[in-house]
Design a binder for this molecule. Structure first.
Ligand code: PMP
Length: 416
């Protein structure tokens, strides 16, 4: 079966692609969030509706979804209480001329969740709050350089993006230093030699990238990060945009024993409504006050109401325990299904955000065949991006997915 001859998109989806190809720019714009990232035809291109853990494409085919909108769907699509909270707020106002009360309420709640944090800022996307956190660190220290690690993704801000911008480099891009993940000596040496110019370490909780094994930070590496904070006053800007709420109920820095100066959240915070946030320690407040930061929709209030409902439900229903249990069930089932089909696989990363790799699969061509076979049977198992579990995935959904994966493994050719 060639993917091109048998795309998962039906006639309506294919017609929309034909129109999209005329008016969308293509290339890197939208790319990693489009179905094209997996190869055209592997995953459904256009989603018409979503409910619980399932999405329905424009041709009316329904899939159990393990991408979860690339993170936001943590409680289940269209969770009734989140929808009701957002709707109640929208009946009052969405964007009006000045602050909505929900702004104070949501920031109070966010600050209270993370021990040691004193103030916060909300925005709409992860990139915005990560970049704002970096600006606070620079303003506070009076230093320019920011350390990030290897291929770490921190959003599409050209300065922080993990691929060099195609055009001429700006000075900002030159102020980013990429050091190897899990090399405590390199980090310690760099910080000692450049303490007077290094503003921040910008950190993800895991080294987790498309097509690669997920690597956790070593205790020694974490020790070097803590030492950089303590010895050199380098600010720790923790990017929990992707992993927040799926590695730990409070923040992914907590199980790592880190105490960030700024922590940035996004994705899951609004359960699908557009809200991101950072929280920061008191010592950064004076620096933060000097920064000019605004945007038209940053006070859009229905997303704030959605975030407050999300936080409430997430804690009340112990969603973290649920996604962990469902992730363990999925992992066990996928490993067994692969073994039965004689497929050598690596199932890597936390069970709530796993990545599947096939052995001897350079470029991931066979994994795409697997993903296409799974799509055809009704499960979105993205071949490039990590999967995400949600509170709406129930044991029956997991078991249905494992049965789909078993057939997809059987249909996928072996290496060579
Ligand atoms: N940081 C991380 C770790 C991310 O995964 C992302 C988004 N994938 C971002 C930042 C940027 O968030 P956004 O796309 O909402 O701007």
């Amino acid at each position: 079966m060639s993917i091109a001859q048998d795309p998962v998109d039906g006639p309506i989806g294919q017609a929309l692609w034909a129109r999209a190809d005329q008016v969308l720019p293509g290339g890197g714009i939208y790319y990693s969030r489009s179905a094209d990232f997996a190869g055209r035809g592997v995953l459904p291109g256009f989603i018409a509706s979503a409910q619980g853990c399932r999405v329905t494409d424009v041709d009316g085919r329904t899939y159990i979804d393990f991408l979860c909108a690339n993170g936001p769907n943590i409680l289940g699509y269209r969770h009734p209480e989140v929808e009701a909270a957002a709707r109640r707020q929208a009946e009052q106002q969405t964007s009006a001329s000045f602050f909505p009360p929900a702004l104070v309420e949501v920031i109070e709640r966010l600050v209270a969740r993370v021990p040691g944090m004193a103030f916060g800022v909300t925005s709409k996307n992860g990139s915005e709050v990560v970049s704002l956190g970096v600006r606070m660190a620079r303003q506070h220290t009076g230093r320019r350089t920011v350390i990030t690690f290897d291929r770490a993704y921190h959003g599409s801000d050209p300065e922080l993006a993990n691929r060099p911008p195609p055009g001429p480099l700006s000075d900002g891009v030159r102020d980013i230093v990429r050091l190897p993940w899990n090399d405590p000596q390199r980090l310690a040496d760099h910080c000692a030699a450049h303490a007077d110019t290094t503003a921040a370490i910008l950190l993800n909780p895991l080294d987790q990238n498309p097509g690669l094994q997920t690597v956790a930070p070593s205790p020694e590496f974490l020790g070097a990060i803590r030492a950089a904070q303590a010895r050199h006053d380098i600010q720790l800007v923790f990017d929990d945009v992707r992993h927040g709420f799926r590695l730990d109920p409070v923040g992914s820095f907590r199980p790592l024993g880190l105490e960030p100066d700024v922590a940035a959240f996004g994705k899951a915070l609004g359960n699908g409504y557009a809200i991101s946030a950072l929280v920061a320690r008191e010592h950064l407040r004076a620096a933060a006050r000097k920064i000019f930061y605004t945007s038209t929709f940053m006070f859009e209030a229905s997303a704030m109401a959605a975030a407050m409902a999300m936080l409430e439900i997430y804690e009340r229903d112990n969603v973290f325990a649920h996604i962990t249990a469902m992730g363990e069930r999925l992992r066990a089932g996928i490993l067994a299904a692969a073994a039965k089909a004689g497929q050598a696989i690596t199932y890597t990363g936390p069970v709530t955000m796993p990545t599947l790799l096939l052995a001897d699969d350079p470029g991931g061509a066979r994994l795409k065949m697997f993903a296409r076979a799974a799509s055809g049977r009704g499960a979105i198992l993205h071949p490039n991006l990590n999967w995400n579990l949600s509170g709406a995935h129930q044991p029956a959904d997991i078991d249905e997915t494992i049965a789909i994966a078993a057939e997809a493994f059987a249909e996928t050719p072996g290496p060579g």
